[in-house]
Design a protein around this ligand. Sequence first.
Ligand code: PLP
Length: 449
Amino acid sequence: MLENLVARPTIDDQTTEESRRWFERAQKVLAGGISSSARAFGGGSLTHPLYMARGQGSHIWDLDGHEFIDYLLSYGSVILGHAHLAQQAALIEQIEQGTMFGTCNMLEVQLAEEICRLVPGADLVRYANSGSEAMSGAVRAARGFTGKNKIIKFEGHYHGWLDQLAISNRPALSDAGPSDRPNSAPHSRGIPQSVVADVIICPWNDPNALTQILDEHAGQIAAIVAEPIVANNACIMPQPGYLEFLRSQCDLRDIVLIFDEIVTGFRVAPGGAQQLFGVIPDISVFSKALGGGLPISAFAGKHKIMDLIGANKIKHGGTYNGNPLCATGALVALQTISAAGALDELRNNGEIIIDVIKCSAAKNHVACLMQGLGSMFQIVFGAEKPPRNYRELLTSNTETYGRFRQAMLDQGIHINSSGMACWFISLAHSEEDVETTCQAIEIAMKQIA
Ligand code: PLP
């Protein structure tokens, strides 16, 4: 049990001296002191990122010894919990046998068998090492299969940092263009205009806008790429019938439907969002929960597309692909996740937290609503009705989210510093964790009211 909630010290620059010291040291050798642009900032009262020392189950400890219940979970990756015992044992055994050979191995086969067993749209699999890389493989496959270049991406959806998909991730309104016909806004300097020109941006959950764009670019679109639940837009859900609409338009117009299930895969159901919603894409992309904390990703699809990769007509490679160490971690993750009832318990815990947030907000007259499911969700402050897309989400109150997040951190609850992202539950979160979290929510809501 965490120490008394109210008596914990505020998490600020004064109480996180060790993190501050390491950040100063890091700035001398890492660009910006960080390893990923998303980690630039601790949020709230902190002027530096928090450095974590260790994790055990659902709990993590920072360098200054603060203990937190973790709902970031490395952006949903650590679905088994930190330092999971069975996974550890399997990994140690594999380390003793060698971590990688750059050759074929049994574990990559066993893991692919498990993916194909669980995922409705997976006939054949290829591995990569990060979500961004696997998304690139999926887009290459779609272009190679259709012989077309253009892709449709939805505004606000995130598919990684690589050039061809890092477009209109979370564009500033000044760059975004009209809401029904958004600009293709590169996410970074250094993305060539020639790449941007092949990515058409569409508002999410708007069938009319999509139809118009499809008509305008008739015969030119290789793929429609989407996060079925928009983890990177506070868990915006698909409007009823929208995923079915994407499926039918792709069938009608010979377009490859790619679901980015990097966050939803093996989390919202053993077979991902496609199983949950009953809409099967042509290619699905996985990472995060797949590895259970190990860096591995995969794209998987139907024979008609993946056979072209098998025949080496569409090339795909990678030194580390399907290495025995990461495949071992992933195999334990999938076997554990797919055990009877495992994801039900995870979802139930999340649903309890969602209900407590709703009740506590109502009691304290805090305007907010909840989006997502028990396994991944977010609070949207200041919204009266669920935002359907990125533009509507932009009207939410991020300042209140920041205050709520700081109040939770002060009570030992670690959630994403961005209100645009979401909370994740692991299999390691216990009843006691949920209870402690719910108490913290009551206090945080009072503080921000
Ligand atoms: N797609 C989605 C939905 C993601 O949330 C992310 C990362 O958070 C990615 C793709 C990119 O994955 P990675 O950071 O492993 O490259």
